[in-house]
Ligand binder design. Structure first.
Ligand code: ATP
Ligand code: SF4
Ligand code: MG
Length: 329
């Protein structure tokens, strides 16, 4: 058995749309260990948020998990009832949601919202209040006692994001999923939020899952990366190696759109043209083939599996028929 605090295996999730079940998360597997940061990267619609919500057991009504297992701190989450699962959310796993405005109650002051989350897990009364103020202070909010009395609309976007983080970390979770926490924040706040999460990881052994489009962010925070395309992991590996020598043309394309990361020297990589596929009408064969500069005839017919690269996956894992040394530039 691995020493992972979160272990996801063969996760499958569908969304009901137009009378059909559309596969939005397809056979996604990953582990996260204590103190480790793993990034989930991919373009919009690639299934990052639904992967996270499947892990949390908080899918929207239209979506449902149809396969796979999630193990959290030794528990097989699928074998638990909803009440038991709710008890894991907070102390075992927490999530910072993509949009702070939709996750905070606009009619309630922010302090009591943090308190409510604590009370749901048995921290009550004066202790809950003190812990809430402490959490708001820990995420770098000035004068937390005063700020706790504000309504969400009285705060800036960056402050609301911090309140979200305070809510997520107040119960000292072992795993934190941060879904695009930096979107729409200015660069200074972005840097502060990244540093804060990284500090918590180092000081408390928090396991982090970062969800982002931004490979620059990945380079800063994550040791390992999973690249998603059309609901599937198309490449995974250690960040430095993946930046230096991507094994999947899609990753290479994503890297081609940012100047330089981690100081890695690498040849000019082509950017990706076209748009991600419509999940209701996935292409035959490799779902990336209509956009892929490396495609060969086989790609239009056969769908490649995620397989180890190098000896026993020394160069990570990739789902591609064409090895890197046969790519055309
Ligand atoms: N509530 C929903 N109802 C119907 N379809 C949905 C719903 N939520 C997501 N989808 C669809 O599922 C797919 C994956 O969505 P998901 O939100 O996981 O993408 P994402 O990678 O998080 O994208 P982004 O970077 O834009 O946040 C998309 O095709 C999306 O349109
Ligand atoms: S399998 Fe073919 S189309 Fe898919 S990424 Fe590899 S080369 Fe491109
Ligand atoms: Mg998302």
């Amino acid at each position: 058995m691995s020493d992972a605090v979160l272990e996801v295996r063969h996760l499958q999730t569908v969304v009901r749309s137009g009378g059909r079940d559309l596969p939005v998360v397809r056979d996604v597997s990953f582990d996260v260990r204590a103190g480790e940061a793993v990034a989930l990267v991919g373009e919009s619609g690639s299934g990052k948020t639904l992967t996270a919500l499947s892990v949390m057991g908080l899918l929207p009504d239209a979506a449902r998990m149809t396969g796979g297992t999630v193990r959290l701190g030794g528990h097989d989450v699928g074998a638990l009832d909803e009440r038991q699962r709710r008890r894991l959310r907070g102390p075992e796993i927490a999530m910072i949601y993509q949009d702070p405005m939709t996750s905070l109650n606009p009619l309630m002051r922010v302090g009591p919202q943090v308190v409510e989350g604590l009370e749901a897990h048995g921290v009550t009364g004066a202790e809950a209040k003190a812990r809430a103020i402490e959490a708001l202070g820990e995420v770098g909010l000035p004068r937390p006692e005063r700020l706790a009395r504000s309504y969400p609309h009285q705060l800036s976007g960056g402050q609301r994001q911090r309140v979200m983080i305070a809510m997520a970390v107040a119960l000292r979770p072992k795993v934190l999923i941060a879904d695009e926490p930096t979107t729409a924040l200015d660069v200074t706040i972005q840097q502060q939020v990244l540093s804060l999460a990284d500090e918590m990881r180092r000081s408390t052994g928090l396991a982090l899952v970062w969800i982002t489009h931004d490979l620059g962010v990945v380079a800063r925070v994550a040791e390992r990366v999973l690249v998603m395309y059309a609901g599937r992991v198309v490449e995974s590996g250690e960040s430095r190696a993946l930046f230096r020598e991507p094994q999947h043309p899609y990753t290479a394309g994503l890297l081609g759109s940012i100047p330089r990361v981690l100081g890695a020297e690498r040849p000019e990589l082509p950017q990706i043209g076209g748009a991600p596929p419509d999940i209701a009408a996935l292409p035959t064969g490799c779902p990336f083939h209509p956009r892929c500069p490396q495609r060969v005839d086989q790609c239009q017919v056969d769908d490649p599996r995620l397989e180890p690269r190098g000896d026993d996956g020394a160069n990570g894992w990739a789902a591609c028929w064409v090895p890197r040394d046969r790519w055309v530039s």
